[in-house]
Write a protein that binds this ligand. Structure first.
Ligand SMILES: [Zn+2]
Length: 117
């Protein structure tokens, strides 16, 4: 798991989930048409945030961002995403023991040492 993507996925996904639940709660607790429209917009906004969060999450797992379409399943999609295998392969620099996640790097970005394949 690539930490920087994981953090971004939480920053977008968590508010997204909360907005979806908040919007659904609002929609069920009101009969006012204007509030109904507002709650639909809140749910949609939550969905978009969740979608962005899931794109970062799939990138963090080294997976195709198309997996973010599981956002259509809301919380169920999240559970499925959490279960898919992490494809990121981290290598440890033999010189400075820094962790290198990008497979395309042949040398350590920190100290320049050649990385083992
Ligand atoms: Zn190094």
């Amino acid at each position: 798991m690539i930490a920087k993507y994981n953090n971004k996925s939480l920053a977008y996904g968590l508010p997204g989930i909360l907005l979806q639940f908040g919007g659904k709660f609002l929609k069920e607790s009101t009969s006012d048409p204007a509030m109904n429209v507002a709650s639909s917009i809140i749910i949609l906004l939550g969905f978009v945030l969740l979608l962005i969060g899931m794109i970062y999450y799939t990138k963090g797992k080294g997976r195709n961002p198309a997996w973010c379409l599981l956002a259509f399943l809301s919380i169920i999609g999240l559970i499925i995403l959490a279960c898919i295998k992490d494809k990121t392969r981290k290598r440890i620099c033999p010189q400075c023991t820094d962790e290198v996640y990008d497979i395309s790097f042949e040398t350590c970005p920190k100290c320049g040492e050649f990385l083992p394949a």
